[in-house]
Ligand binder design. Structure first.
Ligand code: F3S
Length: 644
């Protein structure tokens, strides 16, 4: 039987397990990317693994997120990333060179290869036929060290595109249509593979808008074939040698097929406050707009900004509208500067931002109180813009630019001017890789520069057969990772400084937790139901690790936090009998003996020396996890293996 594109790539990269949907398989990762916000931690983890050089075909470190933070911390982080990249054989894209996903598409994407990135919009590279997946910093660090990446083998959904988009209807409207049908939860455990005759008219940047925002479906990733359109793109980027054809076999099968008739689509928006709250412009009506923001990794390609410049040329932004534009890369910025399009944009009254994530990550340009903002970005969750009362609508660049002129949300087809985009075509992009710094060939020449904000990654110690310590905190049910390790604007610059962050561990519910943990040289945490729910934030395990926490005993755990605890060498244990939770108190001394045997048996006996009682906890782990716990965490176990 024929294979689809996803099966072809997975087959070629499989190193462990089988390709059966729903089971876990290990795949080889060819390439990685990091951005600065997650990168510092990923590189601290890489350093802790004890390898000399990355084992991937190519790894790239980008600076695009934290461009405006005040204070020295941010610049120190950038310097650290640049020098650590240099030492470990990683390419470094300087601040100002562009947003990671745009630059990756332009200069580093390769059809048929696997890419793991420490950013959720890594699937953008699926626009050229790459299997590109977003993951946590540790997973990316492990991939750089040559470890497999473990995924749940996804179901493959074919999105069959038919027909042709009408004027002023865009690829953004295609992904909004998919989000409307599938919702933000509909893609979990799935890869969306695009195909059908409608592909013939979609350029690579248009395809990348779709795969980028496929992340909002909750999908593993999205992917397009690598066809003649892809070949054209690689020729224009002067990288034909990186191009290979990759298409599904004619008799390939899929778990589900979705049909979209492109002729039937109309300009749409994602209304507040969710990317799947899709409405047509007509449904929303001509509401007055205060701000328009064009850019982000979703819609800031050369093609996007040329269309925007055509719309703005000879026209003015409405008096009450602030229009801000951030080109996706220096390639885009320089090309529109040289061909005059930038002058048309500036002349309209738009404000030009630097080539970075900017307002998408809340770095400036928060809308005013109760303001209405149209953004070409990919997320409009409540408060993400930095203004809780703002109403953010997600839309195409064409819709956004027309709305900036009219001062209201506007179906671009209703503008009283006609614009022809048909001649916007690039035979040759402007190629200048001088802001991409190649790594040093001899790592011995390189000194990693660590400002005071860069602290070593905290490593746990090997587990002994007996644990003894106090209960440093006893919490209620539903403790989130935000409770455990708050993340706010004040703490954001300290992501690479666990010793500083650890002082704020549990600070929203117990100001003295860190102090108590330090005074008692660590100990245990006792939690209720669903302990660690919320985000995948690794720091919620790393701060307790730094404070010497050896185990967490809870009624139940959230899945990802439990995995993060194991990765950190902290034992997650569950009460066998839930009533035992009520029998023990904060500051009681607990002891656990025969740990190794207990982990093998899946059950440990805990003694409360204060109350003179004992109780059993569940400790069910597979062999890999037991080895990891005994070694004191995942990094230690890899370090031990690498030093053999
Ligand atoms: Fe940056 Fe926003 Fe994309 S933060 S990587 S532009 S989703």
């Amino acid at each position: 039987m024929g294979r689809n594109i996803v099966e072809k790539i997975l087959d070629k990269h499989l190193v462990e397990g089988e390709l059966v949907a729903g089971t876990t398989a290990g795949i080889r990762i060819d390439r990685t990317l990091t951005q600065d916000s997650t990168g510092t931690m990923a590189y601290l983890q890489l350093e802790a693994m004890g390898i000399d050089k990355v084992k991937t075909k190519r790894s790239v470190a980008y600076i695009d997120h934290n461009m405006l933070q005040q204070g020295f911390e941010n610049a120190d982080d950038h310097k650290y990333i640049q020098t650590v990249a240099n030492k470990f054989g990683i390419y470094f894209s300087k601040p100002g060179n562009g947003i990671c996903h745009q630059v990756n598409l332009e200069r580093f994407s390769v059809p048929g290869d696997t890419l793991l990135g420490s950013d959720s919009h890594t699937p953008t590279a699926g626009g050229v036929g790459m299997l590109a997946i977003g993951a946590g910093g540790l997973d990316v660090a492990l991939a750089m060290a040559g470890e497999p990446y473990y995924i749940k083998v996804p179901k493959v959904i074919k999105v069959n595109l038919r027909g042709k988009l009408n004027p002023m209807v865009t690829s953004k409207d295609i992904i909004l249509e998919v989000l409307k049908r599938q919702t933000v939860k509909g893609g979990v455990g799935k890869v969306y593979e695009y195909g059908g005759p409608g592909l013939a008219n979609l350029s690579v940047p248009q395809r990348a808008t779709i795969t980028n925002m496929g992340a909002e479906l909750g999908a593993t990733t999205s992917i397009f074939p690598s066809d003649d359109k892809t070949r054209e793109y690689f020729i224009a980027e002067d990288r034909l040698e990186d191009w290979v054809e990759l298409v599904a076999d004619p008799d390939a099968s899929y778990d589900e097929v979705i049909d979209i008739d492109l002729d039937q689509l109309v300009p749409m928006v994602a209304a507040p406050h969710s990317p799947d709250n899709i409405k047509s412009c007509k449904e929303v009506g001509r509401i007055k707009v205060d701000q328009v923001a064009i850019g982000s990794c979703t819609n800031s390609s050369y093609e996007d900004l040329m269309k925007v410049s055509r719309i703005l040329k000879g026209r003015k932004v409405a008096d009450h509208v602030s229009l801000v534009i951030a080109p996706g890369s220096r390639q885009v910025m320089e090309m529109i500067a040289r061909n005059g399009a930038l002058a048309d944009i500036i002349s309209s009254g738009a404000r030009i931002l630097e080539n970075s994530c900017g307002p998408c990550i809340g770095m400036g340009q928060s809308p005013g109180t109760d303001a209405i903002s149209i953004r070409t970005f990919n997320r409009n969750f409540y408060g993400r813009s930095g203004t809780n009362s703002a109403q953010v609508y997600l839309a195409s660049p064409e819709l956004a630019a027309v709305s900036a002129i009219y001062g209201c949300l506007m179906d671009p087809r209703d503008a009283d001017f006609d614009i022809d985009f048909s001649d916007i075509h690039v035979d040759h992009f402007l190629i200048d890789d001088s802001m991409i710094i190649s790594p040093d060939q001899d790592p011995r020449n390189v000194e990693v520069v660590r400002g005071p904000n860069i602290k070593p990654f905290p490593l746990n110690t090997k587990l002994t057969d007996r644990l003894e310590g106090r209960i440093i905190i006893k919490t209620e049910d539903n403790i989130t990772t935000d409770h455990i390790m708050p993340s706010n604007a004040k703490l954001l610059p300290y992501r690479s400084n666990i010793p500083h962050l650890a002082n704020f561990c549990f600070s929203t519910i117990d100001e003295d937790f860190a102090k108590r943990a330090k005074e008692n040289k660590g100990g245990f945490i006792v939690g209720g139901d669903n302990y660690g729910q919320g985000s995948s934030r690794e720091h919620a395990a790393l701060a307790p690790l730094y404070l010497g926490i050896k185990g967490v005993i809870a009624k139940s755990f959230a899945r990802i936090h439990k995995a993060n605890l194991i990765n950190s060498g902290i034992i997650p244990m569950e009460f066998e009998n839930l009533d035992d939770y009520d029998k023990i108190d904060q500051m009681d001394v607990l002891t656990i003996d025969n740990i190794y045997q207990g982990l093998k048996d899946g059950r440990l006996e805990v003694k409360d020396e204060e109350k003179n009682i004992s109780f059993f906890v569940k400790a069910n782990f597979n062999n890999k996890e037991i080895d990891m716990l005994m070694a004191g965490g995942k990094l230690n176990s890899i370090k031990m293996r690498n030093s053999k």
